[in-house]
Design a protein around this ligand. Structure first.
Ligand code: NAG
Ligand code: NAG
Ligand code: NAG
Ligand code: NAG
Ligand code: NAG
Length: 444
């Protein structure tokens, strides 16, 4: 054999190896198709930086044991690029390690790059330096913004490609997302919003990742982006494009608690109902946002649903009568025997209750302590105190380095001012900020 032959045969060998590992992820109107198989995919969100790298294997293993096929995560721009062109992928920001940990467990990954992510995350993941760039206008047709967005998105895609983590390369990432719920806010941007979302689609598509791109809450997403649904229920959701399968990227298992609001609680029975109903109505992929662990039977063939919220029902089906409780769905894998009913998930529910401990029993024993924040570069962008006569943009003042701004004012009152005998009300004329109550009442 001559040199040419050896080179040639090793080329064939690596080509064959590549082909055998790569997954062909496509779709039709009914479902996601992986290597020719129509798939139902149960996924769950785990955001890597919300836990430590040491916790990832266990979290992902539990997700797998709970019956999930995939783990979905956002990518958090302001955590990775806190200063322009200075990157951090260490510790719990090690995205590649996280994706490989998912792969090690044999699960698929769904990579939602955004890079605007919302995600109950500071500024939706936008770095504050981006906010401060001259001439920038976020999430619209604006060259400064689009240039930065493309730069970061490309960086992430290149990193992932280098590790061959896209399914098309033999990795486990079956879907990637660009932008995030833009359809909810697009209208006010007018034509610029439309140009922008078209640009997002072209930009993402040009990165050539070999697996489908999705855009959540983006009705009639520009092709070839696939639109998906986020919400409490997505059973009635229909993609505008008849060739897009029905996908649910965020099934809200819970909700955040707003300041002073009630504890949000969604029962496992209702969640379970919503999942079963989604698949009954033709869904192909659903994702728990965020993941908690339940067993579901997904390879079912018959669903009996009772959409009445109050009344139980007996359903006659195939000569058999089935008892289906109110707001529930029974799943009959063989279309005869009930294997599962969503009202009977018997899930464990834990509620966090805040209790005073012994030391806190007596409010008088509470002690205030102070912790300085590192704000040299932060406070008023390094300028120290300022005098102003209005409430200001928190981000402009604190440069996103602190959640606190301290407003101080003083009023000179003469000894004989009748107001000294009464109640003084300080009114803050502002709707964009939250104080402790809308008016602060000070008694003097
Ligand atoms: C991938 O799958 C699609 C549909 O299932 C099929 O049309 C296409 O030929 C496949 N591509 C490759 C490279 O196998
Ligand atoms: C991002 O921008 C920097 C310049 O600030 C440039 O050197 C780099 O090549 C860009 N990266 C990509 C992927 O375009
Ligand atoms: C939503 O998530 C919950 C678990 O948090 C699950 O019980 C339910 O079946 C899910 N619903 C859908 C439609 O995915
Ligand atoms: C406040 O009330 C007291 C007693 O009611 C009265 O003596 C005093 O003059 C009042 N002071 C002012 C500034 O009105
Ligand atoms: C409150 O602010 C609005 C908008 O800045 C202004 O139009 C209005 O007059 C202000 N009201 C008072 C009582 O100052």
């Amino acid at each position: 054999m001559n040199r040419f032959n050896i080179l040639f045969s090793s080329l064939i060998f690596s080509f064959a190896l590549f082909l055998s590992n790569a997954l062909n992820v496509t779709h039709d109107s009914r479902s996601i198709i992986i290597d020719g198989n129509h798939r139902i995919i149960l996924s769950g969100s785990i955001h890597y930086l919300r836990s430590t790298a040491q916790m990832w294997p266990d979290l992902i293993r539990k997700a797998k044991e709970g019956g999930l096929d995939a783990v979905e995560t956002y990518v958090f721009w302001n955590a990775h690029e806190p200063t322009r062109r200075q990157y951090d992928f260490s510790g719990n920001l090690d995205l590649i390690r996280f994706l490989k940990t998912i792969q090690d467990q044999g699960l698929y990954a769904i990579l939602r790059i955004g890079p605007y992510t919302c995600a109950e995350w500071n500024y939706g993941g936008f770095p504050v330096w981006l906010h401060n760039m001259p001439g920038v206008s976020l999430r619209t047709k604006n060259d400064v913004f689009m240039n930065e967005m493309k730069n970061f998105t490309t960086l992430i895609v290149d990193m992932v490609k280098k590790e061959k983590l896209f399914a098309s390369q033999g990795g486990n990432i079956i879907l990637a997302q660009v932008e995030n719920e833009y359809g909810n806010v697009m209208d006010p941007y007018g034509d610029d919003g439309k140009s922008y979302i078209n640009w997002c689609a072209q930009m993402a598509n040009s990165l050539d990742i070999g697996v489908p791109w999705i855009m959540c809450q983006q009705a009639a997403a520009p092709k070839p982006m696939l639109e998906t649904c986020n919400g409490w229920y997505c059973d009635e959701y229909k993609p505008k494009d008849p060739n897009t399968p029905k996908m649910w990227t965020e099934n809200w298992t819970g909700w955040f608690k707003s300041w002073g609001g009630a504890d949000p609680l969604r029962t496992a029975e209702d969640l379970s109902y919503s999942v079963a109903r989604f698949f009954q109505k033709g869904g192909t992929l659903q994702n728990y946002y965020m993941v908690t662990i339940y067993q579901t039977k997904e390879k079912s063939s018959c669903f009996l649903s009772n959409t009445n919220t109050k009344t139980d029902a007996n359903v006659d089906f195939g000569g058999i009568s089935y008892f289906v409780p109110a707001w529930s769905i029974s799943i009959l894998p063989d279309c005869r025997e009930e294997a599962y009913n969503t009202a009977k998930v018997s899930a464990q529910t834990s509620l966090m209750v805040k209790k005073l401990n012994k030391a806190e029993d007596e409010p008088s024993s509470l002690k205030w302590t102070w912790r300085p924040e590192l704000i040299e570069s932060a406070s008023v962008q390094g300028r120290g105190d300022v005098s102003i006569n209005k409430i200001v943009d928190q981000k402009d003042m604190a440069n996103d380095a602190s959640d606190y701004l301290w407003y101080m004012t003083s009023i000179d009152v003469a000894k004989d001012d009748p107001m000294l005998n009464g109640t003084v009300t300080l009114r803050v004329n502002d709707t964009g900020h939250v104080l402790n109550g809308q008016n602060m009442v000070t008694t003097m």
